[in-house]
Design a protein around this ligand. Structure first.
Ligand code: C2E
Ligand code: MG
Ligand code: MG
Ligand code: MG
Length: 281
């Protein structure tokens, strides 16, 4: 009986694997045409300074609306786009879109904010990245000083000389580099010394638990101290409550992002938000 059970379990497992694989194949097939069918868009989520709660930036987050599947979460499609290499093309679209948007906001006389873009490892490792970024800045007239690229720790674990060179090339345009989901990835912190990183983004898993779990609170405290002792900026992501915001401010965290301050919204809604801010001279 045990043997039969085992076989059935295996069959069930095998079928589940096959279903998963074919679902990926299907998504990949749909993903291939998504750019040309204009199914992508970007949402912008506010980033605020914790000292005065002023809006200082926004993270651009990719959205995919498929005519039949509806809204597909980036957590589902980004990994498939990465595996297939499609992320290079999609990522270039994201960068161009963000720089165009930033330029348009600037032209409209709205207060200058930093726009943050997520880069996948494959995109970062692509030999063309620095020249692509340079071309897009040139083409759109967006100032690199207002662009921040979010990398994950795994990116910085790559070939050291190449990573350093890529970051140096980006720095020619005064682009800033942030480490996303900090504390969840690669465990060596040697790269913090080697590369010109500007900012750490505390992963939302620590922020979510910081008021109920002592260990998470300790991790948050340690990351803020680490950032400041290395002269880096630090932002907490996934801030959902006023209590978390106050706790983070107390710990001297520089910036925050999360539903408490604003959800990711389409460009129009973000424009409206920018229009409510005090005028710049
Ligand atoms: P991420 O870069 O760490 O982005 C933060 C995620 O947390 C976003 O999910 C955002 O909507 C969500 N979030 C923000 N505030 C809160 C909060 O207070 N509570 C909770 N529970 N969630 C919050 P989203 O938009 O679904 O994106 C998921 C991931 O997909 C991103 O994580 C990023 O890794 C990836 N991604 C999104 N856009 C792009 C893109 O343009 N390029 C690449 N390569 N990856 C992207
Ligand atoms: Mg991010
Ligand atoms: Mg993150
Ligand atoms: Mg993430």
């Amino acid at each position: 009986a045990a043997k039969t059970d085992g076989r059935n379990t295996w069959r069930r497992f095998d079928r589940a694997m096959q279903e998963k694989a074919s679902e990926r194949q299907q998504l990949l097939a749909e993903l291939r045409g998504a750019l040309s069918r204009d199914e992508f868009s970007l949402h912008y989520q506010p980033q605020v300074s914790l000292i005065d709660r002023e809006l200082i930036g926004a993270e651009a987050l990719l959205r995919w609306h498929h005519p039949v599947l509806g809204q597909v979460s980036p957590a589902r499609f980004v990994p498939i786009a990465e595996e297939s290499g499609l992320i290079v093309e999609i990522g270039e679209w994201v960068l161009r879109q963000v720089c165009r948007q930033g330029r348009a906001w600037h032209e409209a006389g709205l207060p200058p904010i930093t726009l943050a873009v997520n880069l996948s490892a494959i995109q970062f490792q692509h030999h063309d990245l620095p020249s692509t970024v340079a071309r897009i800045l040139d083409e759109t007239g967006f100032d690199g000083r207002h662009l921040e690229l979010e990398l994950t720790e795994s990116v910085l674990a790559g070939d050291e000389a190449r990573v350093a060179q890529t970051i140096a090339l980006l720095k020619h345009h005064h682009i800033r580099v942030a480490i996303d989901d900090f504390g969840t990835g690669y465990s060596s912190m040697a790269y913090l010394n080697r590369f010109a990183v500007d900012k750490l983004k505390i992963d939302q898993s620590f922020v979510r638990e910081m008021d109920t779990d002592r260990n998470s609170a300790s991790v948050v405290t340690a990351i803020i101290r680490l950032a400041h002792s290395l002269d880096l900026n630090v932002i907490a992501e996934g801030v959902e409550t006023e209590r978390q915001a106050q706790h983070l401010a107390q710990l001297d965290c520089d910036e925050a992002q999360g539903y408490h301050f604003g959800r990711p919204v389409p460009p129009k809604a973000f424009t409206a938000l920018l229009q409510t801010l005090p005028e710049q001279c």
